[in-house]
Design a protein around this ligand. Structure first.
Ligand SMILES: [Zn+2]
Length: 193
C-alpha cells in the first residue's frame, strides 16, 4: 500500500489538506487546474484514490473515469466557493449528494484506534469522498476552508487549528519557501542600506 509519506515532497503536499475530500480535488481539474492533472488513466485513479483514502488499490474501469472527474469537479467548485465566501451552483450539490447516496466503503477499527477503510468498488470510494465532503461542508470546519497563501500554490486546506492561523498547504513546502523568501527580502533590504 502506497502511503502519503512515501511521496516526494512536491507531490505529498497535495495530500495534506486535512480532509480526504479536499485531497481528492488536488488530483487535477478543469481550466487552470489541468496543470495539476494526475488522473489520466484508470490506473492513475486507482493509485490516487487508494492513496488518499488509505486503502489497498481499487479496480477502476475506464467507464468509471467520468464519474470520478465529475465528482471531483463538484467538490472543487463547492470547496473553492466556500474558501472565497461565495455560493457554488446548486447542480454541484446534486452531484455530491448523488454520489453519497451509494453505500460507502466499509470502515474498521485499527489496532492503533484509527478508523480504517477497506477497499471496495469505485462507487463506494466516491460515496466515501462525497460523504466526507458533506460532513466537512456541514460542520464548523466548512467555514475554515482556505487557500494556501503562497502566491503560486492555490491548494486548499482546512484550518483545524484552534487559533485559526494555518496559512500553508504544507509547512515543509510553502511555509518553508515563504520563510526563505522573507529572509532573502530582509537580507536584500539590509544590503541596500
Ligand atoms: Zn501551498
Amino acid at each position: 500500500m502506497e502511503l502519503r509519506q512515501d511521496l516526494p515532497a512536491d507531490l505529498r503536499r497535495r495530500f495534506q489538506s486535512g480532509r480526504i475530500c479536499l485531497d481528492f480535488t488536488h488530483t487535477g481539474g478543469e481550466g487552470e487546474y489541468t496543470r495539476w492533472e494526475l488522473l489520466h488513466r484508470p490506473q492513475d485513479a486507482s493509485r490516487f484514490l487508494s492513496l488518499i483514502i488509505g486503502t489497498e488499490s481499487f479496480r477502476v474501469r475506464r467507464n468509471d473515469m467520468s464519474r470520478i472527474i465529475y465528482l471531483r469537479a463538484a467538490i472543487t467548485s463547492e470547496a473553492r466557493a466556500r474558501a472565497a465566501g461565495e455560493i457554488a451552483p446548486a447542480e454541484m450539490l446534486e452531484v455530491i449528494n448523488e454520489a453519497a447516496a451509494n453505500p460507502p466503503l466499509v470502515t474498521q477499527l485499527g489496532n492503533d484506534s484509527n478508523a480504517l477503510f477497506l477497499s471496495g468498488t469505485t462507487s463506494q470510494a466516491l460515496s466515501t469522498l462525497a460523504r466526507d465532503a458533506i460532513d466537512l461542508f456541514a460542520s464548523p470546519h466548512g467555514k475554515r476552508i482556505r487557500i494556501c497563501e503562497a502566491r503560486d500554490c492555490e491548494l486548499l486546506l482546512v484550518d483545524a487549528s484552534r487559533p485559526g492561523r494555518r496559512r500553508w498547504c504544507s509547512m515543509e513546502w510553502c511555509g518553508d519557501r515563504q520563510k526563505k523568501r522573507t529572509a532573502s527580502r530582509r537580507a536584500q533590504r539590509g544590503d541596500a542600506r
